[in-house]
Design a protein. Structure first.
Lengths: 460, 399
């Protein structure tokens, strides 16, 4: 006997893709369990990205990636109000800084039109500077992508999973898939939390997609080549310097370094693209962080001397090839959604639709699914502190209330580590990085986290 | 309508409030985002505080309690858990309170929001990002306010006074620092305090810094630039104070890129004459006693201003931090004879030479100086007679 009985689908990996797939399958009526090896969802690749909702204007034409981004974008816009998810309508400018880059812009516009982004158009230098007067005068021109926007990269997947939970889905954290066997039309997965039985398995294991593939099928068709990206977050005072996402003219390997507003009212620069062996270590280093800050100040000169609020690094699950590595083995009841890189935040909902099509088994969808609401963390929308009765402001930099922290620690998917609490509330993520609130948070979270903030009592 | 709204209930804000009340200003309120007044001394569980204010040596918390009691006795309106969210022209302040948003209008507003230490991110310290990397302010809040320990065996970075006080905090609360790391060649704090780590038997590495923090979950080790590896369960980043100037930075007020605080004149008046600033918001950092006296003085100027007694702001002289000088406060002088008050300045690096103040035409002040970063340097303004046509004074250290 296995805990929880037989599931229709076990989804491996609680990154943004796993969260979106879990939601989709629950809404289609399947009995679903999401298995996440970390202490919280979003503890791998999905924890650090540039938070952009892409139109797919520069995606490879006719690719699955493009189709999923377009479908994901459309579904996000369709469901976001019911889940209370923000969109910061920024638009993006692909800016040209050299004659060579300038010459590439018409091709980018043509590709965008081919990709269905018909509103993408060239901007003259004067138009670019009229829209973004703080941009360096060295800019030569640009391409405007009006519907490229910014979202909250943590509340979105959290909302997907919360909706799955509200409608009968199940999430198991601290549950690593160690192996599995398919026999008699069903999977028996060995996990660190005991065996799990499911008719179907969907591998959304991100940075461990190939490892899980191997553990389940004995072979893998791809191998993850971890690619680290470092980021620098500027103080909220920087937000007034740039309203539009500033994209570089891309190269073959990466979208390049972006300067972008965030949903939380900061300005972000990054990512780098650093190949590395480790799938775990997202270390930052001083020379790279300085390079990023300098790069941002080169493009937006008023950023010189702007205080830095935070730095972080994320790891994208790149593979030896550029495209998404999606594969279905219908006879083995197995789908893998692998190699989902930086576009995954946008494409997740589209990938979930794709997985549902590939799955092709009937279920009875709930007639009136519940729509739980995400935390209100976006700077441009109403925040919890604006409603009376919040008790106390615990994190003053990000104006996080005790009421919000208690909700994040209780709720249907309580935060079980500091990272999870930060992503659900923004506590400790502001300019003082916990100078004022860290001790209070340690007290409030006492006994809640496996990795506690305080190591124990002080001995006076 | 308040006469004066004071944002921040630390030593500077309270001192200003006391002066204003003593001068007969009727409605003076302190907006404090915490539940109680007192500011940073509330969690500095060590002496010496209060020698000048109270004629005796107190611990930080005792000093903070005394200040809070004085404010209450003086009839200052105390608004705890008021988090100011925006400063608007002319003395309109938006605040969040547990009972809802509030708009506060005051004839004058004093900003006294203090300072904090630069966190890890702002220092660009490399490596993993595990738990256990803190500033002294957070450590003190752990042990003094909540009875908790954030680590047992930290590496301590920095030898400013606050770093040495952090060592004392650690030692008296069951925390045993592994090492002290200092970027400079010598302790920043004055002799003999710089000997403190040595006396405690804590190895101190000069001309060094953390290259990389390692740890999965919690800090496990650090690697220094010099190559040394230290096993530890935390990193305590001390000093490198920054004015808590976020409200000012997000507002219409002018900010000084050198001090990182608001631009003021010799009366503490900001670029919008409805706003004043005092205390460690002006520059990183001075003692609580200094902030108290500064708050008291600027509180007095606000009382003068309400009575119509401050010189006009328009005809002011700009003070410029020149060669060798990191910043000068105040950054502007209202033109008045004789000048009163003083210039405070700091240097970027250890330097010897001639400290000089000059206008477009003439050298107005000079003296020999040999100093180091974070040392207090003062120039008395009454020693200076700027020419009538002077628009700007440059403060510099020349060979």
């Amino acid at each position: 006997m296995t805990l929880g009985g037989m599931f229709d689908v076990a989804i491996v990996g609680g990154g943004v893709v796993g969260c979106a797939v879990t939601r989709r399958f629950v809404l289609e009526g399947a009995k679903v369990v999401l298995l996440e090896k970390g202490a919280d969802i979003l503890s791998g690749a999905s924890k650090g990205n540039s938070a952009i909702l892409h139109t797919g204007f520069d995606a490879p034409p006719d690719s699955l990636e493009l189709a999923c981004m377009q479908a994901g974008y459309a579904e996000y816009m369709e469901i976001r109000e019911r889940l209370r998810l923000p969109v910061l309508e920024t638009g993006a400018i692909v800016a040209a800084w050299t004659e060579e880059e300038l010459a590439k812009l018409p091709g980018i516009v043509a590709q965008a039109h081919g990709n269905g982004a018909a509103d993408v158009r060239l901007l003259t230098r004067a138009e670019v500077l009229a829209r973004e007067p703080e941009l360096s005068g060295r800019v030569l021109g640009g391409a405007l992508v009006p519907r490229e926007h910014v979202i909250d990269p943590w509340s979105a997947p959290l909302a997907y999973v919360l909706q799955a939970l509200a409608n009968g889905g199940e999430v198991r954290r601290h549950t690593e898939v160690l192996g599995g066997r398919f026999a008699d039309g069903a999977w028996r997965l060995e996990t660190s939390g005991g065996p799990v039985e499911a008719a179907y398995v969907i591998n959304c294991a991100g940075l461990y997609g190939d490892v899980v593939d191997e553990r389940l099928t004995g072979a893998t068709a791809f191998s993850i080549k971890p690619r680290k990206g470092q980021f620098v977050v500027f103080d909220k005072a920087a937000a007034k310097l740039l309203r539009t996402i500033l994209l570089p003219v891309p190269t073959e390997r990466t979208k390049g370094i972006v300067v972008t507003p965030t949903a939380f009212g900061n300005l972000l620069v990054g990512p780098t693209a650093e190949e590395q062996e480790s799938r775990e270590r997202a270390a930052v280093d001083e020379p790279t962080l300085r390079m990023l800050a300098d790069k941002a100040a080169e493009l937006v000169p008023a950023l010189a001397g702007m205080p830095v609020t935070a730095v972080y690094a994320g790891i994208r699950p790149a593979t030896e090839r550029k495209e998404y590595r999606v594969r279905v083995e219908a006879e083995r009841h197995y789908i893998v959604l692998g190699g989902i890189r930086s576009t995954g935040l946008t494409a997740a909902l589209g990938l979930a639709q794709q997985a549902w099509r590939l799955y092709a088994r009937p279920h009875a969808a709930p007639a009136a699914p519940l729509w739980p609401q995400a935390p209100r963390l976006a700077e441009h929308g109403p925040r919890d502190w604006q409603s009376p009765g919040y008790g106390e402001i615990v994190c003053h930099c990000e104006m996080v209330t005790k009421r919000e922290i208690e909700a994040a620690l209780d709720g249907p998917l309580p935060a079980q580590d500091y990272g999870g609490l930060k992503r659900r509330t923004r506590a400790g993520m502001g300019r003082c990085q916990g100078f004022y609130c860290n001790a209070r948070l340690a007290e409030i979270t006492l006994g809640r986290f496996a990795d506690p903030l305080a190591v124990g009592a002080e001995h006076a | 309508m308040l006469d004066v709204a004071i944002i921040g209930g630390g030593p500077a804000g309270i001192a200003a409030a006391l002066t204003l009340k003593a001068r007969g200003v009727r409605r003076v309120a302190i907006l404090e985002r915490e539940a109680v007044l007192g500011g940073v001394p509330r969690h500095c569980g060590h002496p010496p505080f209060g020698l000048r204010e109270f004629g005796r040596i107190l611990t930080g918390p005792a000093y903070a309690r005394r200040l809070a009691a004085l404010a209450e006795e003086a009839g200052v309106e105390i608004l705890p858990r008021y988090s100011v969210t925006a400063l608007q022209p002319g003395g309109v302040v938006q605040a969040a309170t547990p009972n809802g948003a509030a708009t506060i209008r005051a004839r004058r507003v004093l900003l006294a929001t203090g300072a904090r230490e630069a966190p890890r991110a702002a220092r660009f310290v490399g490596g993993d990002r595990p738990l256990g990397v803190l500033n002294t302010g957070a450590l003190q809040a752990y042990v003094h306010l909540h009875g908790l320990a954030p680590f047992r065996r930290p590496v301590v970075v920095g030898t400013e006074l606050v770093g040495l006080s952090a060592l004392a905090t650690c030692r008296s609360h069951g925390i045993r620092p592994v090492a002290v790391v200092e970027a400079g060649a010598r302790p920043v704090a004055r002799w003999p305090l710089g000997l403190f780590p040595k006396l405690l038997g804590i190895p101190t590495y000069f001309n060094d810094g953390i290259e990389e923090i390692r740890g999965h979950g919690r800090v496990e080790a650090v690697r220094l630039r010099g190559g040394r590896e230290l096993t530890c369960d935390g990193v305590l980043l001390t000093g490198r104070f920054l004015p808590e100037a976020s409200l000012a930075r997000l507002s219409h007020l002018a900010l000084d890129p050198g001090s990182l605080g608001p631009v003021i004149d010799q009366y503490g008046r900001c670029s919008d004459g409805a706003y004043f600033a005092a205390g460690n918001l002006l520059r990183p950092i001075e003692t609580a006693g200094w902030s108290f006296r500064e708050g008291a003085a600027i509180g007095g100027y606000i009382a003068d201003d309400l009575a119509g007694g401050l010189p006009a702001m328009e005809e002011s002289i700009n003070i410029v931090a020149g060669e060798g000088v990191k910043f000068v406060v105040p950054q502007r002088l209202a033109r008045v004879t004789p000048l009163r008050g003083r210039l405070q300045l700091r240097v970027e690096a250890a330097i010897s030479g001639r400290l000089r103040v000059s206008s477009e035409e003439a050298v107005l002040y000079k003296r020999r100086i040999s100093t180091r970063p974070e040392r207090r340097i003062l120039i008395e303004l009454d020693e200076m007679r700027p020419p009538r046509e002077a628009r700007q004074l440059v403060v510099e250290i020349v060979p």
